[in-house]
Design a protein around this ligand. Structure first.
Ligand SMILES: [Zn+2]
Length: 699
């Protein structure tokens, strides 16, 4: 074991393992005049991951012998989300998550096994913890007193339910797996309590979790490998065990974490289970355990799991994969779906791996799902969701689509009800967790703008002084991020700016003056200087139209502009198919043609694609609808008449491109994928000549 191991090194290696060239930090020292004041020296570096110095971080990070974390999550109240992210949170508060007790029996307090001091009652499984995990955090990030109060009622009840042996919550779970405990729902409730502690500092939480883990430590190893869900998802608990260890230093917790790792599903030797949510949260486990194992092979195992999964099933845009319950060989077309639980769990995994590895690729992946996929999993008012979101999905009706979609019954129409029971509750943490990760503390006493969005962060930096940074941006709909620093006294600290993988020409200004830096995709620009009140940093992330070819899906192409991927704008007809006036279930049908192939110059896509931007006013509050999409693309296209929906309403599978079409040339409009609930995102390419294929009518 190499005790001087520096995790920045492993992040470099990790980036290499994904095909990105090893980069060496470039240090350019120069003077930048600041607002007419005396020149202040600024150190400018471009690094693949943050440095991890030996000094103690300003926030609670990993305690030895765990590897130090390059990034550390800030206390929840440090970040105030603004702009479109805040609006998603506000819609969530007014929508299904904020009002779920009105319509979910699992969230009824009266008689609930999670609310009873003796753990007796109804609904003692994953649903209540799933909902509370995001609901509490929603209250914390919005500083919404009513939500915080309602969450607290549940949390107080859970904290009052502990038995002498450390077990808490529903007593039925203690024996519900053929006499053995079902340990899965407790993993989720642990997350609820971690956030509650981070927000309140409540002194009950750490001893409570310690007592629970003492009980868990009495269990035979076989119990960590029991049950379908628990054994695959036990990495969730490993993360919480480390969280408690970092606050108490009790070394038996690390022995417990090792026993869990050794006995649970082995995720270090590739993928052995193909359930979509298990994959989305399970794949990361070796990356979490890497902090204890201190060997790069564990971090690589998580990356390898991701690569295997996405190589086989993620061959279309949006950041998800074809897992409409399980991944199935032969079902890899972009019409296959990904569960809403899968999206939010994948995001949570990427957020964790960003902090553990320092590798900005994970933040990129998180952002990809957040802006391209999660919004369309929900109705624009966040009052309903569907189980499955697909990159190509032209009709959201309630009818059965099995066996082409694995599950029978309703999977596509929107509903706020128990029809999609897990997602109905679990979707809650998607946006709150995202808002909590906009800014991260760095191990070297700085701050990182990790996920760009309008926000305000107040945090300790340098030698412990507090600064506030206001982030103004329309990102991802705009290309400029402006950071305004407020500080009562000068503070020397490094400011990390993430350069996304698609941006080859990023530029930085300090107080209006250009900073020379060789900013590269998938790196951080680090600006270290003695910052003072009123200074500004401006980051420009120029975007260009890009085509991505999906060779494993018949040479289809998708079009992106910055992080945003674009889908065909399809006319929508919304029809209520159930529910109530207040809580409708909704189907969506297409009112305009969707069966287009694109006529594009694959080498010079910018030539054939016109970008039409919002006219300069403030962004619409909810940018994720066809009517309010802040950017549109105009692209030449031709229809493919033989490409149709099948008898179950499912969009026909892609066929090999280039494709012949005798139809007239038209100009179609594409909108951001997140705004397109009906969408074609992986398009056939229209071609001519010998290579062009005739589209065969489906039988
Ligand atoms: Zn679900």
């Amino acid at each position: 074991m190499n005790l001087s191991h520096n995790s920045a090194t492993s992040a470099q290696a990790l980036i290499c393992s994904t095909g990105f060239a090893l980069v060496v930090a470039v240090v350019v020292l120069e003077s930048v005049a600041s607002c007419g004041a005396a020149a202040v020296e600024t150190s400018v570096k471009v690094v693949p991951a943050p440095a991890v110095p030996a000094s103690t971080p300003l926030y609670t990070g990993n305690r030895e012998p765990l590897l130090p974390s390059p990034f550390i999550q800030l206390p929840i109240r440090s970040i105030i989300p603004k702009g479109w992210v805040r609006h998603q949170l506000e819609l969530e508060a007014q929508g299904m998550t904020g009002r779920l007790p009105e319509i979910s029996k699992w969230c009824k307090f009266e008689g609930n096994a999670w609310a009873d001091p003796r753990g007796q009652g109804h609904s003692g499984w994953e649903e209540l913890p799933y909902w509370l995990k995001g609901y509490g955090d929603l209250g914390y990030v919005l500083n919404n007193p009513e939500i915080i109060k309602n969450a607290r009622k549940w949390i107080d009840a859970v904290l009052a339910s502990q038995e002498a042996d450390g077990w808490f919550g529903p007593r039925s779970l203690k024996t519900s797996l053929e006499g053995k405990p079902d340990l899965w729902p407790h993993m989720v409730m642990c997350n609820v309590l971690q956030s509650f502690y981070e927000y309140t500092g409540d002194e009950r939480v750490v001893p409570f979790l310690t007592e629970y883990f003492k009980w868990l430590n009495t269990q035979p190893g076989a119990n960590f490998g029991a049950g379908y869900w628990p054994k695959i998802r036990f990495g969730d608990n490993v993360e919480t065990v480390y969280w408690v260890y970092n606050r108490t230093g009790e070394s038996w917790l690390l022995e417990l974490a090792k026993r869990i790792h050794d006995n649970m599903q082995d995720w270090t030797t590739g993928i052995h289970d193909w359930h979509n949510v298990n994959l989305a949260q399970g794949f990361r486990e070796p990356g979490v355990y890497y902090q204890q194992a201190r060997e790069e092979k564990f971090l690589r195992a998580a990356e390898n799991n991701y690569d295997i999964l996405m190589g086989l099933y993620g061959q279309f845009p949006g950041g998800g994969f074809a897992g409409d319950e399980n991944c199935r060989p032969g079902y890899t077309d972009p019409r296959q779906g990904f569960e809403t639980c899968g999206f939010v769990e994948f995001m949570h995994s990427f957020e964790m791996l960003t902090k553990i590895s320092g590798n900005p690729l994970w933040a990129d992946r998180c952002e990809d799902i957040a802006v391209n996929s999660l919004p369309a999993a929900l109705t624009p008012d966040l009052k309903g969701l569907h189980y499955l979101t697909c990159a190509n999905q032209v009709q959201l009706d309630k009818n059965n689509k099995s066996p082409e979609i694995q599950n029978g019954g309703t999977m596509f129409s929107y509903s706020p009800y128990e029809r999609y029971r897990c997602c109905q509750h679990n979707v809650s943490h998607g946006w709150p967790y995202y808002a909590e990760e906009l800014w991260l503390a760095t191990a070297d006493h700085g701050l990182c703008a990790s996920l760009y969005a309008a926000s305000e962060v107040t945090a300790k930096v340098g030698t412990g002084t507090s600064v506030k940074i206001a982030e103004e941006t329309d990102y991802p709909f705009g290309d400029t991020v402006t950071l305004k620093i407020s500080a009562a006294q000068r503070a020397k600290f490094p400011l990390y700016l993430r350069i996304p993988r698609w941006c080859t020409d990023a530029s930085v200004k300090i107080n209006g003056q250009a900073v020379r830096c060789a900013a590269r995709p998938l790196a951080y620009v680090v600006l270290e200087r003695e910052w003072k009140d009123g200074e500004t940093v401006s980051l420009r992330l120029p975007r260009e139209v890009r085509l991505q070819k999906w060779e494993k899906n018949d040479n289809a192409v998708s079009v992106s502009y910055g992080v945003l991927t674009f889908s065909l704008k399809i006319g929508e007809r919304w029809e209520r198919c159930g529910g109530t006036e207040a809580w409708p279930e909704l189907e969506v049908f297409p009112t305009t043609p969707w069966n287009y192939g694109l006529v594009v110059d694959e080498k010079k896509p910018a030539k054939s694609v016109k970008v039409v931007k919002w006219d300069g006013g403030p962004l619409p509050a909810q940018p994720f609808t066809p009517a309010t999409a802040p950017i549109e693309l105009r692209v030449p296209a031709k229809r493919i008449p033989q490409w149709k929906q099948d008898s179950q309403g499912l969009v026909g599978k892609l066929q090999l491109s280039p494709v012949k079409s005798e139809q007239p040339l038209e100009t179609v409009t594409l909108i951001p994928m997140g705004a397109a609930r009906l969408r074609i995102t992986a398009f056939p390419v229209i071609g001519e000549g010998k290579d062009a294929q005739e589209w065969k009518a489906e039988k």
